[in-house]
Write a protein that binds this ligand. Sequence first.
Ligand SMILES: Cc1cc2nc3c(=O)[nH]c(=O)nc-3n(C[C@H](O)[C@H](O)[C@H](O)COP(=O)(O)OP(=O)(O)OC[C@H]3O[C@@H](n4cnc5c(N)ncnc54)[C@H](O)[C@@H]3O)c2cc1C
Length: 501
Amino acid sequence: MAGAPHPHGRPSHTGPAETLDTQVIVVGAGPVGLLLAGELALRGIQVTLVERRHGPTTESRASTLHARTMELLDSRGLLADLGSPPCEPRGHFGGIPLDLTLPGPYPGQWKVPQTRTEAILEEWALGLGADLRCGHTLHAVRDHGSHVEAAATSRHGTRVTLRAAHLVACDGQDSTVRRLTGADFPGTPAARELLRADVEGVDIQNRRFERLPGGLAVAARNRAGVTRVMVHEFGTAVRERAGAPHFDEMAAAWKRVTGQDITGATPLWVGHFDDENRILARYRHGRVLFAGDAAHRQMPIGGQALNLGLQDAYNLGWKLAAAVDGTAPAHLLDTYDTERAAVGAAVLGNIRAQALLLLGGPEVEGLRTVLAELVAHEEVRAPLAAMISGLDVRYDVGGPEHPLRGARLPHMRLRVGETVCTTAELLRSGRGLLLGLGAPPPRLDATAAGRVDTVTAHPAPGSPPERTPALLVRPDGHVVWAGGRDGNGLAEAAGRWFGIA
Ligand SMILES: Cc1cc2nc3c(=O)[nH]c(=O)nc-3n(C[C@H](O)[C@H](O)[C@H](O)COP(=O)(O)OP(=O)(O)OC[C@H]3O[C@@H](n4cnc5c(N)ncnc54)[C@H](O)[C@@H]3O)c2cc1C
């Protein structure tokens, strides 16, 4: 990363000053920053969140949680707080209907407003001890090699200097940290844009990705009577904008595409987004790391942007905590970059494909027809559904081939002693898991005690038996070793992922 704080954007300062020492600075208390802060605090790490906003966001953003995100929230005991959100088993790929039904506890699209997800994550992270500094804008970062130093200014003019072992940029798509560090952010510029508004006081029919002769129209009314409308006119270029579009522009485009007049509606929020597609060349720059929209910029299509970011934070949290408390084996933190950059590149690829299918003009009709026919075949539907849901992620964790190695721990109902529980519940401590199925697992070194929970479980009544006798699972639910009672290869896997000899 660039060594010196960047001169641009640094406010002149004459007010009071404060210095704060912490272990990890997280810039941005959006959903990704909040989940990461909670993951760190869960493991006893001192974490300070620096957030520019001084109140909750008023923007209407993501509304979908996918299956893998639901699983990770379950593994932290946060699902009950969501209540009973509506679930739609049907999603889409570039507007082509796609059944998301897959094995697992939470298939489908769970309709949760992003504001609700953020509120739950904030309460959880703060309850675990994370320190949230709202109304603070970060404007300088410096990696000293031994530690990182950052500067923020509060809305009252206090300049705060923060020092920590690491800083994680979760500051969204226009990331200040990315700009300050000059991190390479290659990709493709925006070529198409969608206008979007949340409106009240209008009675129009729902439209599910309707491709009309002049463009694409979407209308979805929620339970509160608010209708989200989105429109794109085929062949129109992206406009230079200084701020949000005016509702008149949106209504005029809607009229041209659908013939409907919505000028009488009350706009609650108007925005736009485009298909700019970029991903950081590296997610780790020394002691500075990036997660969520700060690391990848994509069209928020199919509800993948938010889910991808939350899964970044889940992958990073336990690794960074181990690096800070000195228990991380060599290169553990680097695996965040290799694992999540690969997943990010794959997701951004499918988003590019979807943007083309959805917003391309008549020239993409043939392709859409072929794909719609292919999706009717299970061999095509299931992998696409797994890709959209985040269930296809499999990391390269080393060791001999095994169907579970690198994949997420499958959902199982188990009996542990007299208690019936699920595999997600076994991950709630935030530690690794050495799971013996049907009999105690092979033994690990005594240092494992603080890092890995050892559990012997049996299939719960009515559940199928699991054929693999023992599994070693990372705190983010990915299996790193699967084997027999002889424990062949277990010590190597434990050393590689947990620093246990
Ligand atoms: C208009 C819009 C609509 C969207 N719609 C959808 C959708 O329908 N589906 C979907 O999946 N995704 C959607 N997204 C994307 C989704 O909202 C993001 O993927 C998600 O919010 C990313 O979370 P994040 O925590 O990485 O970043 P953000 O949510 O952007 O959070 C970043 C935080 O950092 C703070 N910050 C920024 N700079 C600084 C600084 N210098 N100092 C201190 N704090 C700072 C910001 O105030 C903000 O709170 C949409 C995004 C936008 C902008």
